[in-house]
Design a protein around this ligand. Structure first.
Ligand SMILES: *[C@@H]1O[C@H](CO)[C@@H](O)[C@H](O)[C@H]1NC(C)=O
Ligand SMILES: *[C@@H]1O[C@H](CO)[C@@H](O)[C@H](O)[C@H]1NC(C)=O
Ligand SMILES: *[C@@H]1O[C@H](CO)[C@@H](O)[C@H](O)[C@H]1NC(C)=O
Ligand SMILES: *[C@@H]1O[C@H](CO)[C@@H](O)[C@H](O)[C@H]1NC(C)=O
Length: 424
């Protein structure tokens, strides 16, 4: 009897300490020391729920996803609420390496204690059906269930909507979690700042939305820098060869930027269907640029066929030339406006939008001023030339016999030789 009681007695001796730790919900915890980010998971043994505790400095968004690749992964995306006082949790499922899409069938309840305090997220939540989803499931017996995490970029994102448009992660990484350790007494895991039942896999990967930035830089460089240079240089040097070469370079930048833009569109929910104003106007503007190039080609052909007469008289612009010039000016303004809508569309930071507006004004205003001065000068010159012509004409008339100027006295005027004697 006694020998069989001994283990029970021994157990009773160590039990009090076990009980105190057992009064806390079971949990596995990922702790990222660099950012002070905690993500803890609890798998209650008396229900099919999943409890979540999460805390982190309030970046634009933070995400954890089950699995080791985005496609088919259930992701929980956390970002500040519209009033920046609470945490919005958005369950999403990705179809590939692109923005995941809101999965309304996943039911997550945000629990009391959730807040944004001192610029930090604190989230207590319960998910009622996170153990399996359309496309995957958690392996609750796994000692190393694969997971991913990601941080959003430094942009303003405040939304109560679970479908808020995101911007591609600034960095991401992989980890595994011991799901056995997470399973037991149910409840929101207590806050912790140490790795427990989780392990990082590999190093953090620095990322960022390079394609969007490339798209913007290529087109802005072409439209805001090269394009005005082209117009100014052609205005001063009047070299058509130079203008053609420069225009081809600009066209290459625009088409490359356009191609990158189409590629980026596939990464985001808001752009993958090509229905936004920025994209539709983008297509129209590129079509106008191509038409502009075609008009330019027609103008240069027209000039070759009808060479300008070698005279000092100001050449009158043809209808084609006027169309080329005004299409060029119009499409430039449209492209600049579409640049602004693009910055808004891609949720670029406010300071980027302000810088864009200021740079645009700084470039456009002097151009408009230079142009209106040139236009005024040309008008004045034209008037002067007309005046000069009048003066020359009057001088000419003055040298002629009065009769010719005032032929009303009868025809042929007196003093004129008889017509038949005229020799031409
Ligand atoms: C955040 O929302 C949750 C759920 O509605 C609520 O329990 C909590 O008190 C809210 N926190 C703040 C700071 O308003
Ligand atoms: C707020 O956060 C900062 C930096 O994380 C920390 O030093 C400070 O103690 C916090 N303040 C409060 C009131 O928690
Ligand atoms: C759940 O786990 C806790 C802690 O291990 C235990 O005390 C409890 O009896 C378990 N409940 C069920 C329903 O298995
Ligand atoms: C499961 O256990 C937890 C912790 O004891 C308790 O708070 C919760 O109400 C239980 N849930 C169900 C469905 O029994």
């Amino acid at each position: 009897m006694l020998p069989s009681l001994l283990p029970i007695l021994l157990l009773a001796l160590i039990l009090p300490s076990r009980v105190s730790s057992d009064s806390n919900p079971a949990a596995s915890t990922l702790y990222l020391s660099e950012t002070g980010t905690t993500f803890s998971l609890n798998i209650p043994n008396n229900s099919s729920d999943v409890y979540i505790y999460f805390s982190s400095p309030a970046y634009s968004w933070f995400a954890v996803g089950a699995g080791d690749k985005m496609a088919g992964s259930l992701m929980l995306i956390m970002y500040p609420s519209a009033n920046n006082k609470n945490v919005t949790v958005s369950p999403r499922i990705a179809t590939g390496n692109s923005e995941p899409t809101f999965a309304p069938e996943i039911q997550i309840s945000v629990l009391p204690g959730t807040t944004i305090f001192n610029d930090s997220f604190v989230l207590n939540a319960i998910c009622h059906n996170c153990r399996s989803w359309n496309g995957g499931s958690l392996d609750l017996t796994a000692v190393s269930q694969p997971w991913m995490y990601a941080f959003g970029p430094a942009i303003d994102l405040y939304s109560d909507s679970p479908e808020a448009p995101l911007r591609r992660h600034r960095e991401y990484g992989y980890f595994t979690m011991d799901m056995n350790q997470a399973t037991g007494l149910g409840g929101v895991p207590i806050p912790s700042t140490s790795m427990n039942g989780a392990r990082l896999v590999g190093d953090v990967v620095m990322d960022g939305d390079k394609a969007s930035v490339t798209h913007g830089i290529l087109i802005v460089f072409a439209v805001l820098i090269l394009y005005p240079l082209n117009v100014i240089l052609v205005g001063f040097f009047k070299s058509m060869k130079f203008h053609v070469v420069f225009s081809i370079i600009i066209m290459c930048f625009i088409l490359a930027g356009f191609g990158v833009g189409i590629y980026v569109s596939g990464e985001y929910n808001r752009s993958k269907h090509f229905t936004s104003a920025h994209q539709i106007f983008g297509f129209i503007i590129v079509a106008i640029f191509i038409a502009l190039a075609a008009l330019g080609g027609l103008v240069s052909r027209q000039r070759r066929v009808q060479p300008t007469p070698a005279s000092d008289a100001p050449r009158k612009a043809s209808t084609l030339e006027l169309a080329h010039t005004w299409t060029g000016r119009g499409v430039w303004v449209l492209a600049i406006i579409n640049g602004g809508t693009g910055l808004k569309f891609s949720s670029s930071p406010m300071h980027t939008q302000i810088i864009y507006a200021l740079v645009t004004i700084a470039i456009a205003l002097p151009l408009v001023i230079v142009y209106s001065i040139m236009w005024r000068r040309r008008r004045v010159k034209k008037e002067e030339e007309e005046e000069d012509r009048d003066v020359v004409l009057q001088a000419y008339y003055a040298t002629q016999p009065k009769q010719e100027v005032y032929p009303a006295q009868g025809y042929p005027p007196q003093g004129y030789p008889p017509q038949q004697q005229q020799r031409w």
